[in-house]
Design a protein. Structure first.
Length: 128
């Protein structure tokens, strides 16, 4: 499936919903992270809602995200595929982070758990 396609959004949402390890990793965490991928054809937006043991992927912008990650399509694909670290992209100015950065620091494990839950989807995704 193609990165950022409706099929990809559905698969990523389903992977988060069925990963039982997230219930423990996300206990007590309340965080909304919006992703913005800039593309000449138009920006693609979605957000992940972490709510006390549950994670949901929602297509479209978040009403009031705690954090927002913005990157061009190539950078976002590099990060999502694992070929580029988010830290490197940030330092190089290719990934912009907005919102309450203290929440990112406080919930690093939760964000990593979400990334782990998406490993199967990542393996089945084409990043072009």
């Amino acid at each position: 499936m193609r990165y950022l396609s409706p099929e990809w959004m559905d698969a990523a949402g389903a992977a988060l919903a069925r990963d039982e390890r997230l219930a423990t990793a996300l206990r007590g965490v309340r965080l909304t992270v919006e992703q913005v991928v800039e593309d000449p054809a138009g920006a693609v937006r979605w957000h992940v809602v972490l709510d006390d043991g549950r994670a949901r992927l929602v297509p479209g912008p978040a009403e009031a995200p705690d954090l927002r990650f913005t990157a061009d399509r190539a950078t976002a694909a590099g990060i999502a595929s694992g070929r580029l670290s988010a830290q490197r992209a940030f330092v190089e100015g290719r990934l912009r982070v907005g919102g309450d950065l203290s929440k990112l620091l406080a919930h690093q494990r939760a964000v990593a758990a979400v990334d782990d839950a998406l490993a199967e989807v990542r393996a089945a995704t084409t990043f072009d």
